[in-house]
Design a protein around this ligand. Structure first.
Ligand SMILES: Nc1ncnc2c1ncn2[C@@H]1O[C@H](COP(=O)(O)OP(=O)(O)OP(=O)(O)O)[C@@H](O)[C@H]1O
Length: 529
């Protein structure tokens, strides 16, 4: 991994520019001192009354002038708190006994849902969505929306991440694909923001692709239904022409590049941002995004901004980075880190050669085409090649990759969602986050380049507990990397032949062999169905 020390570093707070805010902050602080004792108990009291500004005092690089202080994810993970200190969310237990009983209940609940936490004073997980009202004063509109969307109970990541974020803590979370991470960060943001305002952007959600940003915007609007929040997707037009000083926007959902463009060209001010979400965080920490993320993080200069990282895969390198940069964050892992969804039936198919793969695809389509089907290939060139081969059939097929015009990309996603397209050919760009309800099958036409690419690709099925199937073709060229993927399959409960499990694991991280062209020549040899 490249040197990442610049990331998050030097979040400068311009005291002159924000003199008014500092004054206001001072006033609040003075009032608070009169109301409650400073320190941890202070936090606890304010946390119960949802909506009251948190009095958290963070020490951050650039705000205190010192170094980032006390990232305590592991430091105090096992600390047993005195009953008076409670769990950081404001319910003061009546006594020591009740306090330890609560700890026990929390442990059991976490165990039952495969939730693993590290960090000090981690709030109790949610037993139910109703607890959002009783514990945090959640407004009825949100619970109504959950019910209308058919969400009966929180998923494991929602059970733990929501209380953590509501208690004003930063967090980094790893939970399986399709396990409801979007709601886990949107819900606390909506609860904390309470209502729409015209005071500037208050929450930013960063997503690696425009399609995912659009999907997250839709999800966020569904959850906010009935409340006048200003939820905006950063479109190309917005990033190029909007006057953000006049545009009411509470939650801004964007890709890093568009955000950077808007900040530098349209003078978008993010100094009031209270929540910054890095969705698919490990992708955002990859080389291509790093500088843009750094820019975004620095632009969210409010010293008490809450930053959160979510993904289904969290490599140790990203964790290490988060550990040194976030303050007093809680680490939440659901299930085992970096594993595939267990509700997906996974299959490896030996196809020998490129030609063999095409024949295998033809056979699958002839015997059991159960649309919609998503096919992943290694590159946009190969996506186009396969599309050309399949376009000659009566299968309704489309293709999506990042060289296509935006309108075409949007159409491809919309038509696939609407069932107008049966088979969508995609590159890894669309392996992350996309939620196609009713998708039955993912075919890895080209072997995935890494274990995490595999996890995200096949995670397009088996979402929200539904069943799904994933078929992965491999050729001779893929054999050296077979074990890396077989390990993931085995960890999610698949039976893998012992000869594969006894193979050595490839040491290199990215598997992108040069492949023969998919194009098979004369038309009569092309697929027919
Ligand atoms: N509590 C819930 N009960 C039932 N379904 C839910 C619940 N929360 C979210 N969902 C649904 O689960 C599906 C997956 O959610 P989401 O897209 O947030 O997953 P994710 O964890 O972000 O996945 P990925 O890692 O692929 O991005 C969505 O269709 C969403 O509507």
């Amino acid at each position: 991994m490249e040197d990442t020390s610049f990331l998050f570093a030097g979040t400068k707070f311009d005291k002159k520019k924000f003199a008014k805010d500092i004054e206001r902050f001072k006033e609040k602080k003075e009032n608070k001192v009169l109301e409650v004792n400073p320190g941890f108990v202070d936090n606890i009291k304010t946390e119960t009354e949802v909506g009251k500004k948190s009095t958290r005092k963070r020490k951050r690089k650039g705000t205190s002038g010192g170094s980032v202080e006390g990232f305590s994810v592991f430091k105090s993970a096992n600390a047993v708190n005195e009953p008076e200190q409670n769990d950081g969310e404001g319910e003061k237990p009546s006594g020591r006994k009740e306090y330890f009983r609560q700890l026990e209940r929390d442990t059991v609940l976490r165990k039952n849902h495969g939730i693993h936490i590290s960090g000090s004073n981690v709030p109790s997980p949610l037993q139910s969505f109703e607890e959002l009202s009783t514990r945090y004063g959640c407004k009825p509109y949100l619970l109504r929306n959950f019910a209308e969307l058919g969400y009966k109970e929180p998923t494991p990541i929602q059970r733990q991440a929501i209380p953590v974020l509501l208690s004003g803590r930063e967090c980094f979370a790893c939970a399986p694909t399709g396990s409801g991470k979007t709601l886990a960060f949107i819900c606390p943001i909506l609860m904390k923001l309470k209502h729409g305002s015209k005071d500037g952007v208050r929450a930013v959600v960063l997503c690696p692709t425009r399609e995912l940003a659009a999907q997250t915007t839709r999800e966020c609007k569904k959850l906010a239904r009935g409340k006048k929040f200003h939820i905006k997707l950063m479109t190309k037009e917005l990033s190029k022409s909007a006057d953000f000083s006049k545009l009411p926007c509470d939650v801004l959902i964007t890709t890093p590049l568009r955000l950077q463009f808007a900040i530098s060209k349209r003078k978008l001010d993010l100094s009031r941002v209270e929540f910054l979400v890095l969705d698919e965080s490990d992708k955002l920490f990859e080389l291509g995004f790093m500088k843009q993320i750094d820019f975004a993080v620095k632009s969210c200069s409010n010293p008490s901004v809450i930053r959160m990282l979510f993904s289904a895969t969290l490599p140790d390198t990203v964790e290490d980075l988060a550990r040194t940069l976030m303050h007093d964050a809680v680490r939440i892992i659901v299930g085992r880190k970096n594993t595939a969804s267990s509700s997906v039936k996974q299959k490896l198919v030996y196809a020998g050669s490129e030609e063999g793969k095409f024949l295998a695809l033809r056979q699958i389509f002839a015997e059991s085409l159960d649309p919609p089907v998503l096919i992943f290939v290694q590159s946009k060139e190969r996506a186009t090649e396969l599309y050309r081969e399949l376009a000659f059939t009566d299968i309704k097929v489309d293709v999506i990759h990042n060289d296509l015009p935006q309108a075409q990309r949007e159409d491809a996603v919309d038509n696939f969602r609407a069932g107008k397209t049966w088979v969508l050919i995609a590159t890894d760009l669309f392996a992350r986050g996309m939620d196609f309800k009713g998708l039955n099958c993912v075919i890895n036409y080209d072997f995935p380049e890494s274990a995490s690419a595999y996890i995200h690709r096949i995670g397009r099925v088996g979402r929200a507990g539904r069943a799904g199937e994933a078929i992965t073709f491999y050729t001779e060229a893929d054999v050296p990397f077979l074990r890396n993927i077989a390990n993931v399959m085995s960890e999610s409960g698949c039976d893998i032949p012992s000869w594969i499990m006894s193979m050595p694991k490839a040491k290199y991280k990215k598997h992108r062999p040069t492949r023969d062209s998919i194009t098979i020549g004369p038309k009569d040899e092309r697929i027919t169905n």
